[in-house]
Design a protein around this ligand. Structure first.
Ligand code: M6R
Length: 616
């Protein structure tokens, strides 16, 4: 949840660290800090609670000397509140060592007691300070920073990425990781470490992965990766597929506004090169092993939050096209439910960040139980794809705003590609059927672009709702997960009570919430839906209208049947029912963002949240 950056190279460390932290701030933003070794080997440390700008102001008011080695951290608090003293770096070896940490050290209480028994003095409430003091002790014994860190990581339980510098070891940053992210940036005469590639993409697009339970030592000219036993292991290099400008606001008022505007492109790029001559081309699936797709008898999708709602949409399509049963489980519930898994189960994880700890643990569990694992992920070099048998990358580009938008439509697109490929392998969709679905899918980017033209109208709607206390969202079939997503966006962005319901469930209880003036968004199924769901949803609308609800409908262009019963209608282009979610969600993303903005809230960094949730 925290953002971590490390650098060794020229004497421009402060700039590199602060630039990296700016790009990582989405990971956590309750405090930030840096430690830089100056040319005389003195350690300059500044850390402040609050957003990164507070640290920047502190550095301006109380500068430290720049140098060629340093580490920086932006925090999402776990142990200890967001105060200056709990901000990272934490110090050891009488202030000569600085350490930053992402994750949780589960056995910190017993290690802390051990240190207290030896007379250690603690200056923070964090679990991380335990690691700083322990590495400091080991450094005094060994005089070798890599060895000191190696000795300590063997004693830590939980999840962690740690970076350390020591004033006796200029030009060296050492990092370790277990179940928490860390990637290497490879430069010319300089090297970088970061929680993700955004930390250093403006300096280099060459990167390398670090595996679980590995330690990396960087200097200006060398990078050495070893396992926790000290055995050198090879690095897996890759080129970063986007450049720094992709992670800039580019004139938009917020990253979220920019990312919603990129939804059509996110779908188009995820499709690019994967539909050839009327067939789906996903060579990535070969990694699962021969005949696996032909032999599976069930699919379990695991994910959290918005990614789980993408999974729910995917379930309807995959089951329809392949007739393979699909269940969707929240990752954090999955492995505690004693799930039924075997070699014929395919577990598909969905994660934008590729680092969500709940999903990572669920993937590992599924693999241990003998299931095949496939990851749908947006972040190269991240952990979940590494731990999976195969990966289909979404190509949404970097998503910086904490609330997920463009990644959602890219995830549905990837699931649909997978479902259509599986249907081909299993022979459950004939050529004409496949061609029809692919044509629908390929038409989505263009249609989505027209949906975004509704932006000003939705902004108006949002502006008169700034005092609204509660909003409900109703949908059916593939519209149901969209209702859930609309409600989540409103909660996390505008801090308004919001609930998404399956429209058919309304009469079983939630209708008691309806009172005069209650705003209800309804995702109205197409009148061409073969199951006749539209009529049923129209009945639901009448039921709530009769009780005074104010209804805002998301409705197919040209469908006039709902107009007499609703207060507002937001139009989306015609699409086959399974493809409507890809169009219906954008208005809800815009609405959540605009309502938050109208309330004067920070839409990119909502309170209490972090973009990648790397604790369980
Ligand atoms: O990185 P992931 O896709 O694994 O993240 C999953 C959820 O944490 C994420 O979708 C979260 O719900 C967002 N706040 C939604 O906007």
């Amino acid at each position: 949840m925290c953002g971590i950056v490390g650098y060794v190279g020229g004497e421009r460390t402060l700039g590199v660290l602060m630039g990296g932290l700016k790009r990582l701030e989405y990971r956590g933003y309750d405090s930030a800090g840096v430690a830089v070794l100056d040319p005389d080997g003195a350690l300059g440390v500044r850390k402040k609670s609050g957003k990164l700008q507070v640290l920047a102001d502190e550095l301006a008011a109380h500068p430290i000397r720049d140098g060629a080695t340093g580490i920086g951290h932006t925090r999402w608090a776990t142990h200890g509140g967001p105060t200056d003293r709990n901000a990272h770096p934490q110090l050891g070896d009488d202030g000569r060592l600085a350490l930053i940490h992402n994750g949780i050290i589960e056995n910190f209480a017993e290690l802390k007691q051990e240190l207290l028994d030896r007379g250690a003095v603690f200056t923070s409430d964090t679990d991380s300070e335990v690691a700083a003091l322990l590495v400091g002790e080991q450094y005094r014994e060994t005089g070798d920073l890599t060895e000191a860190l190696r000795r300590v990581v063997g004693r830590l339980h939980g999840a962690f990425t740690l970076l350390v510098v020591h004033s006796d070891a200029p030009g060296v940053v050492v990092g370790a990781r277990r179940n928490s992210p860390l990637v290497i940036g490879l430069g010319e005469g300089e090297n970088f470490l970061g929680s993700d590639v955004a930390a250093f993409v403006e300096h280099t697009r060459r990167a390398a992965e670090i595996g679980q339970d590995q330690i990396v030592t960087i200097t200006a000219d060398a990078v050495v990766v070893t396992d926790f036993d000290g055995v050198v292991v090879p690095m897996k290099e890759f080129d970063i597929a986007w450049d720094a400008s992709a992670a800039e606001k580019g004139g938009w008022s917020s990253f979220m506004a920019k990312e919603i505007s990129e939804e059509p492109e996110a779908v188009a790029k995820t499709l690019m090169g994967r539909v050839v001559d009327g067939r789906v081309l996903l060579p990535e699936l070969d990694a699962l092993g021969e005949d696996v797709l032909a032999g599976i008898d069930r699919i379990t999708i695991i994910a959290c939050g918005t990614a789980a709602y993408a999974g729910l949409v995917g379930k309807y399509a995959i089951e329809k096209w392949t007739r393979v049963p699909v269940e969707v489980a929240l990752s954090h519930e999955f492995r505690y439910s004693d799930p039924i898994l075997d070699g014929r189960t395919l577990v598909v994880s969905i994660s934008q960040s590729g680092e969500t700890m709940d999903t990572l643990m669920a993937v590992k569990y599924a693999g241990e139980q003998g299931a095949k694992t496939l990851s749908i992920c947006n972040t190269q070099g991240s952990t979940i794809p590494r731990e999976s048998d195969g990966v289909v990358y979404t190509h949404a580009g970097p998503e910086v705003a904490v609330a997920s938008t463009k990644a959602f439509v890219a995830q549905i697109t990837a699931l649909y590609l997978f479902g259509l490929h599986l249907a081909t392998v299993r022979g459950t969709l004939d050529d004409a059927g496949l061609a029809a679905q692919l044509a629908e899918l390929q038409a989505v980017p263009g249609k989505l672009a027209t949906v975004l033209e509704n932006g000003p109208e939705i902004r108006q709607l949002a502006r008169w709702m700034t005092d609204t206390q509660s909003v409900l969202f109703l949908g059916r079939h593939v519209g149901y997960p969209i209702a859930l997503e609309g409600a989540l966006k409103l909660k996390e962005l505008a801090y308004i009570h919001a609930e998404g319901f399956a429209a058919g469930e309304l009469k079983h209880g939630p209708i008691a919430l309806i009172e005069p003036g209650q705003v209800v968004f309804v995702i109205v199924p197409s009148p061409r839906d073969a199951g006749g769901l539209q009529k049923k949803v129209l009945s639901n609308i009448q039921e709530i209208k009769a009780r005074g609800a104010r209804v805002i409908a998301i409705v197919e262009a040209g469908d006039v049947s709902v107009l007499p019963f609703v207060d507002e209608a937001i139009r989306i282009p015609l699409a086959a029912p399974l493809f409507e979610p890809l169009l219906a969600v954008a208005p809800l993303h815009i609405f959540g963002m605009e309502l938050a903005a109208a309330k004067g809230l920070d839409v990119d960094q909502p309170r209490n949240l972090a973009k990648s949730v790397t604790v369980e």
